[in-house]
Design a protein around this ligand. Structure first.
Ligand code: AHR
Length: 862
């Protein structure tokens, strides 16, 4: 069925294409178009056209040409009563985003297809903006609008960018400019505006909408249609041949992107076992949370309160005051229980002070139910804060242990920063990472680590932007903050720990810092639109970014920031090479102004640092187009592309990077995935990596996203690695990343894989034919790793056929015995791992790539 649909769509497209290419005299020079919305505020601007203003033909008809980006994710992004102007071959649109804010939305387009990233100018009269009417008079854009209070206003602009202050107008003046009409489109009476435009413009849009719909059909293809797709095909075979030519490619192609999403940091990679150790949880983290969350008071007549009076540090302003006449205790169950191992050692530390000047004795117990696994007693006599430390060694294993701090008798005691930390961490680092999770990451052999986000970087509102300087130094002086994904970031895993981890696994650090703007989907501090730091604060902010470079690379003898690094335990530089500025931001004027400011400052002072810019969250569209044109204009070193798409996109976009300009800005594919944790998804990702390798002269880095997800705490699916408190569950997608990370090359060897299908002819004879679907799904990439001089062949087979592939290789200088790693199974499998074997190779050897498989063959140099 799908195949027939596809054929029909191809036919329609061909017709549309040939119609476009013929100067058809039956076509009018110009037509009417009607711009309207369906009535649903999340549904954007649509278009219909008409020869005579009587019969209207919708384009799409479900296609929205531009939707509002104002507001936080989802249904808050609303567009009401857009007013559209067609002037001098260009389109302009304004609309109201809701009836609360003193702002409105603007955008423009040269073709009604790609729209400029939206701007949301402020109105300085504390009135909202409803039912706008946009017009142009004597080179001036004029918007007349109404307000909730019943007033009418006019604003003007010469450039559709800077707007005048609102001037009150009469309702007659407003009504005079109101061009809204009711028109019936496909039986629905709709309100909108009518314009007269050249017919080719409409024809182009019809073509583009059809093309988008055809592409969508292709992108939604899945292996479940393979029986129909390969009907009549008896078998496949292929031949891989190399031309002998090669080119250098990036050796940093496979990396990881760590973001604190899905409890990846606290409760995840960061090995701290106590939740809310510093009593800093609050309702910004999550509505129902407060400084007492995850602590339980026990004891007759006991009470406790949260105080902010003379805290340990201003950044850690809350602490607990435990009061009792008879003995009281506070218990913490960690992150869904504390996992401990018999005989392992755990660092206990806490700050305490006597609130009434009397000596107090407290017992700290690690308990499994009623059973005490380890305990220690602490004498607190000081009225000022003092840190107490001890080592707890549990007498038994437990998965749901808890930590109790009990007053031995009467008391009134201040407690803060209560930490229980395993001594066994990854590489035994103090304040380190959960060893099993970190090892799973290290096993990918990532060439770089991007951190700390994602959306976590640019944050939920300006106040929530990630400020690296707040994440280094003594733990209790770091500034914890809410996490855009709806929980708390303790910052115990801060920039020092990120950089240390990179060094421990031999990966380049790639910190990503906000471009002085917050996430365009923020729910706080300005209705999600991209608020920016005031320009007069940008100099300080640029300095903050450059201080990071200094902190990472500077000389402790001459640099204050490098001295902080040395004092923390790392006198040698971290050799930072990259700095990300911005994360899939809206390429709005607010963003561009700030990004350019930062990029110029950083490049002027640190010309050798590679600045990584951003081009939005999709593989096409306005942020992508405008982001790339900014990159070209400003000669940005690298830009960060993101796309989360279905497997079909990867199959039908294999030349995506082949057409990229080889000079100038390079690509970091910073977030990508194929929306699933089944073998089918993993194979599409493997296929994409073969295409990335071929384009490794342009695409210099890539990282799957998101990386980690804790069972029961995920905000985003799929992810690369799932885990709970005791176990790690790498996905099938993980094994693709791991196979590729362990088999990176430094030269791409040009070659060709020719695929033939055997089909039964009408006469019953078997014939060999080309089969486009098979050719798209049996793919290869050959690279040389110049460090080891090994040759690595990657073969992807996303078909139901075991496919013999003749390897026409010049391999005299390689050992005949090759290592083969194969990931194979059914497309729906999600619980499989690569199998390792060996293969005796000579030129012309036939290797059979199993149905639905990814094979990595590694030949060792003699
Ligand atoms: O990877 C999850 C999120 O996806 C990232 O935080 C953001 O950059 C993207 O939208």
């Amino acid at each position: 069925m799908r195949i027939i649909l596809l054929a029909a769509l191809c036919f329609i497209l061909q017709q549309a294409t040939s119609a476009r290419n013929v100067n058809n005299e039956n076509h009018p020079d110009s037509v009417y178009v009607f711009t309207y919305t369906s009535g649903s505020p999340t549904d954007g601007i649509k278009m219909a056209y008409s020869i005579d203003c009587r019969t209207w033909i919708p384009i799409g008809p479900n296609h929205s040409f531009v939707k509002s980006d104002f507001g936080s994710w989802g249904s808050n992004k609303r567009m009401f009563t857009p007013s559209v102007l067609y002037d001098n071959g260009k389109w302009y649109a304004v609309w109201n985003v809701n009836d609360e804010v003193y702002q409105f939305a603007t955008t423009e387009s040269n073709n009604f297809w790609v729209w400029k990233p939206q701007d949301y100018p402020y109105l300085n009269n504390n009135e909202n903006f409803l039912r706008p009417c946009l017009s142009k008079q004597a080179d001036k854009f004029i918007v007349r609008y109404q307000t909730k209070s019943g007033n009418n206003y006019e604003i003007c602009s010469n450039d559709f960018h800077q707007w005048s202050s609102p001037q009150q107008i009469s309702s007659e003046e407003y009504n005079h400019s109101n061009k809204r009409k009711d028109v019936t489109v496909s039986g629905n009476k709709l309100s909108g505006e009518i314009h007269r435009v050249p017919y080719p413009l409409v024809e182009e849009l019809v073509y583009k909408v059809n093309d988008a719909s055809l592409r969508n059909t292709l992108y939604n293809e899945s292996c479940s249609e393979d029986a129909a797709r390969f009907r009549g095909v008896k078998s496949l075979k292929a031949r891989l041949s190399l031309t002998g030519e090669s080119k250098p490619i990036s050796t940093d192609l496979i990396g990881i992107f760590f973001e604190d999403i899905n409890y990846s940091a606290d409760g995840g990679l960061y090995a701290e076992l106590i939740q809310n150790r510093d009593f800093e949880y609050n309702n910004l983290d999550r509505g129902e949370w407060n400084p007492k969350s995850f602590w339980e008071l026990k004891g007759e007549g006991a009470s406790w309160e949260i105080s902010t009076d003379t805290p340990i540090h201003a950044n850690n302003s809350h602490y607990a005051v435990l009061k009792s006449k008879k003995g009281a205790s506070l218990t913490n169950n960690g992150f869904d229980g504390i996992v401990v191992k018999q005989g392992d050692t755990y660092d206990l530390s806490l700050f305490a002070k006597s609130m009434n000047g009397k000596k107090q004795m407290i017992t700290v117990m690690l308990k499994d139910g009623d059973k005490t696994l380890a305990s220690t007693t602490i004498k607190v006599s000081s009225v000022s804060w003092k840190q107490y430390k001890s080592i707890l060694t549990p007498t038994a294993d437990a998965e749901k242990a808890s930590l109790t701090i009990a007053l031995k008798g009467e008391g009134d005691i201040g407690l803060d920063f209560i930490s229980l930390f395993p001594q066994k961490t990854f590489k035994n680092r103090h304040n380190g990472l959960r060893a099993d999770l970190a090892q799973t990451l290290a096993d990918i052999k990532p060439r770089f680590v991007r951190f700390p986000g994602g959306c976590v970087s640019h944050g939920n509102g300006l106040e929530n932007m990630y400020r690296w300087i707040e994440t280094i130094g003594p733990l209790w002086e770091r500034k914890s903050q809410s996490n855009i994904w709806g929980y708390h970031q303790s910052k115990g895993l801060g920039f020092y720990e990120y950089f240390q981890f990179c060094e421990d696994i031999g990966a380049e650090p790639l910190p990503v810092l906000p471009a002085g703007v917050c996430c365009q989907n923020s729910s706080r501090g300005g209705h999600g639109q991209q608020g920016g730091l005031p320009m007069n604060e940008m100099d300080d902010y640029a300095q903050e970014l450059m201080n990071l470079i200094d902190w990472a690379n500077g000389d402790p003898k001459t640099s204050h920031y490098a001295k902080l690094r040395a004092e923390a335990g790392h006198p040698l530089p971290f050799n930072l090479k990259y700095i990300g500025v911005g994360n899939e931001d809206l390429i709005s004027d607010v963003f561009v102004e700030r990004f350019n400011y930062l990029n110029k400052k950083i490049k002027a002072r640190y010309p050798n640092i590679q600045v990584v810019g951003t081009v939005g969250p999709f593989f096409e569209g306005s942020d992508y187009e405008y982001g790339w044109s900014l990159a070209r204009k400003e000669n940005i070193d690298i830009v960060d592309e993101h796309y989360y798409v279905n497997p079909g996109w990867y199959i039908h976009s294999q030349n995506y990077y082949d057409v990229y300009d080889r000079k100038g800005t390079k690509v970091y594919l910073g977030e990508w995935a194929s929306r699933g944790n089944r073998l089918e998804n993993a194979l599409a990702e493997a296929l994409h990596i073969t295409n990335l390798e071929r384009n490794g002269d342009v695409v210099v880095m890539s990282s799957y996203a998101p990386l980690l997800a804790k069972h029961g705490h995920t905000q985003w699916n799929p992810d690369l690695i799932y885990f709970n408190n005791t176990d790690v569950f790498p996905t099938v997608n993980y094994y693709v990343q791991q196979l590729c990370g362990n088999n990176i090359g430094s030269r791409y060897v040009y070659g060709d894989i020719a695929v033939k299908a055997t089909v039964e002819g009408r006469n019953g004879n078997m014939t060999e034919v080309n089969n486009e679907s098979a050719s798209l799904r049996v793919r290869s990439s050959v690279v040389i790793d110049e460090e080891s001089n090994d040759m690595i062949i990657k073969l992807v087979n996303i078909t139901p056929f075991d496919t013999p592939i003749e390897l026409q290789l010049d391999i005299q200088s390689y050992q005949p015995k090759a290592t083969v790693n194969v990931l194979s199974g059914k497309p729906s499998d999600s619980d499989i791992k690569p199998a390792i074997s060996s293969l005796m190779l000579k030129s012309g050897t036939v290797y059979t790539a199993p149905a639905y498989s990814f094979s990595v063959i590694r030949l060792k140099r003699i």
